[in-house]
Design a protein around this ligand. Structure first.
Ligand SMILES: [Zn+2]
Length: 252
């Protein structure tokens, strides 16, 4: 497999001969206002551009949308993606919402478990704790398995929690992609992984390589790649926890 970090949680995955686009957030730099009630109100979203032409990004066999927040499926993606492209949503409700935008081949990961010869398993997560977590709503991840490939677990927009632990225990993944960035509102705790959460994920899955996505692309993501890499180096884990730049490809 190879995984190309595009921007934010958007990635292109080549796995067992199929190409997947994960969480398409395709707008040009600065298209949207900053999220309300968050730090860095002087920055518009996305805060950086796409590292490769959008036409290249969308040439895939299927799209996976882990949840419907606009930094994972935005109005630019709705406009740019071909309406007959195969899309997998986290639930039937979200599949219906995507269909209402005119997409014809949308299914839920709760219904399908095989694509080609690849097994796809939906996993759970928590997009924050307490009231903020409730407001943020349901999120998911997905595990890819194939006889000729290493097992890949994309955790999605979740903090470290028992759902992530359960997925590690159930699927024993070789590669885990987590969403870092430590995004947060002015009140409450982070809504995606902090550097401590990322380290905790590694500690519970020390045979796995951890890849950190969802960095430095939206106004309220406070953890920088530089700070995260320094933290990882300090733990001696630079070969175990990877922090790709936008556009970078990692192969296994
Ligand atoms: Zn997100």
């Amino acid at each position: 497999m190879n995984i190309r970090q595009i921007r934010n949680a958007t990635m292109v995955l080549n796995y067992a001969g199929k190409k997947f686009l994960i969480d398409p957030f395709l707008a040009k730099k600065g298209t949207y206002p900053p999220y309300p009630n968050t730090p860095n109100q002087d920055k518009r979203n996305p805060t950086v551009g796409l590292p490769v032409p959008v036409e290249e990004i969308i040439k895939v066999d299927a799209v996976i949308v882990t949840h419907l927040h606009p930094d994972h499926f935005d109005s630019a993606a709705i406009e740019i993606l071909p309406k007959d492209i195969i899309i997998f949503a986290q639930s039937e409700i979200e599949a219906e919402t995507i269909k209402k935008e005119g997409f014809q081949n949308v299914d839920s990961l709760t219904n399908i478990s095989i694509f080609g010869e690849i097994s796809l398993s939906k996993t759970d997560g928590k997009h924050g704790i307490g009231q903020i977590g409730e407001i943020m709503g349901e999120v998911s991840g997905v595990v890819f398995k194939h006889i000729d490939e290493k097992t890949l677990y994309i955790a999605g927009d979740t903090i470290w929690c028992s759902d992530v632990q359960d997925a590690i225990n159930t699927y024993n993944p070789d590669v885990i992609i987590v969403n870092g960035g430590g995004a947060q509102f002015l009140q409450g705790d982070p809504i995606i992984m902090t550097k401590e959460d990322i380290h905790q994920t590694y500690m519970e899955a020390q045979q796995s390589t951890i890849i950190v996505s969802h960095m430095e692309a939206i106004n309220h993501a406070l953890l920088t790649r530089k700070e995260l890499k320094r933290f990882i180096e300090g733990k001696g884990l630079s070969n175990n926890i990877l922090v790709p730049d936008d556009g970078e490809i990692i192969s296994f």
